[in-house]
Write a protein that binds this ligand. Sequence first.
Ligand SMILES: Cc1cc2nc3c(=O)[nH]c(=O)nc-3n(C[C@H](O)[C@H](O)[C@H](O)COP(=O)(O)O)c2cc1C
Length: 224
Amino acid sequence: MSVPNISKEDIINVFNYRHATKEFDTNKIVSKQDIELILETARLSPSSFGFEPWHFVVVQDKELRGLLKPVAWGAPSKLDTASHFVLGLSMKTPLTKWGSSYVMKMMKDVKQLPAEVIEMYSKFYREFQETDFNLDTDKKMFDWASKQNYIALANMMTSAAMIGVDSCAIEGFHEEKTEQLLKDKFGIDTEKYGLSYMVAFGYRKEDPTNPKTRRPIEDVITWK
Ligand SMILES: Cc1cc2nc3c(=O)[nH]c(=O)nc-3n(C[C@H](O)[C@H](O)[C@H](O)COP(=O)(O)O)c2cc1C
């Protein structure tokens, strides 16, 4: 495995180049290879205990995109113009609770841990959920999975910018109505998955009109 050798200038350039793209150029399509690379950076993202509490649905069907518009006020211009439109689903309690068949399968089949390590890990995981993080409601469990999914989101947006692909994260949707729609029309098991965010990919129609605004570094970082 080679040590990455990206210049510091390029890294900062990527972060300045990425902006929340409101409208995409409908004449430009992100290549299969590029969207697969972006999705791969989601798959490779770190997660708590390495349990990957996420799933990504790429919505290319025009009719399905249309159905999302009335429930997602932050998305219409992206649903109309994005080359690729992704739903970031996060796992709910039945999948992520300690001892669940998903968690056990992850340890046994994906991580291929020996039985005694699985037993030890399971104890830690239970204690973490019940005591350390006090994840005693389904809402808390979902939000915890979501936190991890946002790492995948950030990685997708950054890797996209690295290859000149634009993006926009979208939380502008009605949670309950969107979930109902995902259940009724997208065939998503909403007992097991909820929607954390949407994210659109494509190429900017025009450069952002305003320069990037951020609080000064002294307001954001404290050194002790
Ligand atoms: C989690 C999240 C949710 C967002 N939701 C929306 C949205 O629904 N619609 C939208 O147009 N922009 C959305 N944005 C974009 C932000 O408004 C934008 O990132 C922020 O204003 C900073 O601008 P920049 O990304 O261009 O630097 C979202 C961004 C994040 C990270």
